[in-house]
Design a protein around this ligand. Structure first.
Ligand SMILES: NC(=O)c1ccc[n+]([C@@H]2O[C@H](COP(=O)([O-])OP(=O)(O)OC[C@H]3O[C@@H](n4cnc5c(N)ncnc54)[C@H](OP(=O)(O)O)[C@@H]3O)[C@@H](O)[C@H]2O)c1
Length: 277
């Protein structure tokens, strides 16, 4: 049985992917950064009638990453699938975001993935096989105002994954990047701490957020299980592409972005959203 290690499984895509991979017959080690927050995961596994090991792993803490990976190896002797899912959001104007906030976000969204990947890669290289599935975002491709730092973290993650793809394929290791659009998980772009300059941006940011809810394709809340299905497919199908958009909004917006130059895309966005300076 394939052994899968996932990060960020207390809720959302991580929780659903852990259940999905277990349903698909894998031995699943679902990790949470705080073991006091595993109740939702345990009840979702029980509801689905499947089992998974629940372990602690904070992607910002190298000691916990080493301990967790060593534990998987001592119990199962291999890791076939790694799902780098843990992530945090942040909403705020670039000028109003502190360097400390940006660093903390990158430490989870980018360096967290790098930290876990660096510990798991030698295992997969020794096996001569493995798959690393990374949860990126449509935000890696299309940057909205007031989420520049989050977008930057996901764009950086994708750049690193693209390089990894070339670097590790000679060792039999596959890289997949999943780019979800907007899904109703617990994930939120938390407003960044209010600094001196934040009020200057507050009114337009609120206007942007309100207008964004009217974007075509955002009527029906999308089903986060679609992302878990994509994770399963990425983990099991050797023909899965390096990148896969998931969500009607993601497909629509990415297609529009790809078909227009910068100025035409900006005009389309401002027109759709009636968002003018
Ligand atoms: N929902 C969306 O619309 C959307 C769209 C595109 C991409 N994404 C991406 O999807 C991924 C999962 O998000 P989600 O939507 O499922 O939201 P979520 O329900 O908030 O899940 C995020 C998970 O990451 C965990 N996490 C945060 N920091 C961590 C750390 N340092 N170490 C380990 N785990 C950590 C959280 O744990 P705690 O419970 O302890 O906080 C939680 O389990 C993220 O990478 C996010 O950027 C989400």
């Amino acid at each position: 049985m394939a052994v899968a290690l996932l990060t960020g499984c207390s809720s959302g895509f991580g929780l659903l992917s852990a259940v999905r991979l277990a349903e698909g017959g894998m031995t699943v080690v679902a990790t949470v950064r705080d073991l006091d927050r595993d109740a939702g995961l345990r009840s979702a596994l029980a509801d689905a009638g499947v089992e998974a090991e629940v372990d602690q792993l904070d992607v910002t803490d190298a000691v916990s990453v080493d301990r967790s990976v060593e534990g998987v190896l001592s119990r199962h002797g291999r890791i076939d699938v790694l799902v780098n899912n843990a992530g945090v959001g942040l909403q705020g104007a670039v000028e109003a975001t502190t360097i400390a906030q940006a660093r903390a976000l990158f430490d989870t969204n980018l360096f967290g993935m790098m930290r876990v990947t660096q510990v798991v890669l030698p295992v997969m290289r020794n096996q001569g096989a493995g798959v690393i599935v990374n949860i990126s975002s449509l935000a890696a491709l299309v940057t909205n105002p007031y989420s520049g730092v989050y977008s930057a973290s996901k764009r950086a993650l994708e750049a690193m994954c693209e390089a990894l793809h070339y670097e590790v394929s000679p060792h039999g290791i596959r890289i997949a990047v999943i780019e979800p659009g907007s899904f109703p998980t617990a994930f939120g772009l938390r407003p960044c701490a209010v600094g001196e300059v934040a009020p200057i941006y507050a009114e337009r940011m609120a206007r942007w957020n309100e207008a964004y809810t009217r974007l075509p394709g955002r009527g029906e809340p999308a089903d986060p299980a679609r992302v878990a299905d994509a994770v399963f497919e990425a983990a099991t199908d050797s023909g899965f592409p390096l990148r896969r958009l998931v969500g009607d909004d993601a497909e629509m917006i990415a297609a529009l972005r790809g078909s227009l130059d910068d100025a035409a895309f900006e005009e389309a966005v401002r027109g759709f959203l009636d968002f003018r300076d």
